[in-house]
Design a protein around this ligand. Sequence first.
Ligand SMILES: Cc1ncc(COP(=O)(O)O)c(C=O)c1O
Ligand SMILES: N[C@@H](CCCC[NH3+])C(=O)O
Length: 432
Amino acid sequence: MDDFHYRQGQLYAEDVNLDTLADELGTPLYVYSRHTFEQHYDRIAAAFAELDPIICYSIKSCGNVHICKLLAERGAGMDVVSGGEIHRAQLAGADMSKIVYAGVGKSDDEIRMGIEAGIGWFNIESEAEFENIDAIAKQLGKTTRGALRVNPDVADPRTHAKTTTGKKETKFGVDIERARKFFETYGKNEHCRLNAIHLHIGSPIYSPEPYVMAIRKALALIDELRGQGHEIEAIDIGGGYAADYEAGKSPAYDEYAAAIVPLLKGKGLKVILEPGRTIAGNAGLLLTEVQYRKQGGAKQFVIVDTGMHHLLRPAMYDAFHFIWPTRVSREHAPGPRSESMDLPALETVEIVGPICETGDVLAKARSIPPVKRGDRLAIFTAGAYGMAMASNYNAFPRPAEVLVEGDAYRVIRRRETYDDLVAAEMANVGAN
Ligand SMILES: Cc1ncc(COP(=O)(O)O)c(C=O)c1O
Ligand SMILES: N[C@@H](CCCC[NH3+])C(=O)O
């Protein structure tokens, strides 16, 4: 059974009734299922088991320390993109040798932090960055490892322009031609040993084909480099595996694995994966309460107590999130989650938040069962890039996060207060 499911018309996370939870903890509230996190991690590990990969959970998708900890305890490494994420991984007790660190703008302090922590690989995005890492390692009297991020110039046509990273014209990585020169120039440097290739082509990638094309290009490059005497130990194939925003739209892990594993088997390469969304997406939802109803022209607005400040994806990428009340009548017990649900007595509404932006829309022209002030709605598949991208815009405190474990739950991040909003500003108040 899905960990988020309806029983007699009431929404549960595992064995916890979400209306009762909202009565206790208030809304807006991010709710995660521990079981879903564990299942997703275990399933992706099982699908790729033949390769014995390092699965580096991409912290940026949902970085709560408690979540990182439960995945680290299952053996996950971590994919990080900043010093702050290294800090989170350290607090979660992750094995530092299983940390990969990507990002085009790593600062000197962050590089030092990574080297001193003993991370597995820096995923290197440019020549200037490589030189800097090598120089800093030398100053510290240490060695580290580098994986060159190669931009294979492939993309999934269904991936939003703002989240595709595998095309030539993005800021990420270097193209294959430059990669050859990169190894020629830096392949023998000692302080940062360049011995791996990194790919990350975008997110979400809805079919295995773009991975296959990218990996084929990377393997051809690795053959060439090995032919020239370079030792290549690892290939990091990145993240991007889809989550079920709408039922049945994303491939199962086995489908990705069936296409990818045969390409990489027996190649003498340590394989690294960086899944984020596919582990966290369906493991979380955002609970919200209807504040008001309002008519505007021909539109019926349902105004809720959350919005783009807590879940930016609809405003930023026109992303679809299935939204449904926490209490429904039998006829509205949700069937397949999709944009076009053919059920009786639905109402077409705009679900909007309280932010002073016209773009603060969670769902446009969406059919849902009729709701009134005080009813609660669940915004599904919000575990990835939900709380992680939340802000305090308009000085709204961010929601609490709660982790459900069977019939129990733990608040893993308390709700912010108004004092939290100004805490970092208070030190010098009155000092000028
Ligand atoms: C380098 C890198 N690795 C991994 C990920 C995780 O992607 P996803 O959450 O889609 O698996 C991202 C984000 O897209 C990324 O930039
Ligand atoms: N943040 C994005 C995707 C980009 C992932 C980071 N490279 C999302 O919500 O879907």
